[in-house]
Design a protein around this ligand. Sequence first.
Ligand code: ADP
Length: 169
Amino acid sequence: QARKSRSRVFLPHLVASMEEVQETYVMVKPDGVQRGLVGEIISRFENKGFLLKGLKLFKCSKELAEEHYQELKGKHFYPKLIEYITSGPVVCMAWEGIGVVSSVRKLIGATNPLQAEPGTIRGDLAIYPGRNVVHGSDSPENGHREVALWFKADELCEWVPAQLPWLRE
Ligand code: ADP
């Protein structure tokens, strides 16, 4: 039976219910790029089995950074955060999968890397909140919003990975 969806890649191979398919925006922040952690960070999500839909190295404008972090305007760290995010290239990623939003947040770990569990990206690779190497959308709504904000439609790729039959029982 045909199902209607934004996302066609996982159908009918991987999902039982379209409601479960989400997308999330992940970004290696400038410190992650400068410290040579891009491959390490991408591997965490790749190894988990999520589907990479978009990927680019990008130097973002102040306007884009401000739009991305609009919910944090007014926080004491906001000006420094905008300066940090625009200080060098970032690696932008769009990932898709069942429960990808909260799973990616768990793989990333707590905002303050000193409180992030060992085994998480921030827990293993960072110390300061203002240098916490990676971003992940905090809700499915923000996942859609941020993927659309950082990627043009033709930068997102629909494809079927060869390992697909081995990802789902
Ligand atoms: P997260 O990225 O874990 O979702 P937030 O959305 O609360 O966290 O904050 C966005 C980013 O702002 C954080 O990842 C971090 O880089 C920065 N930030 C948050 N809190 C602080 C803080 N107290 N001091 C410095 N930077 C902060």
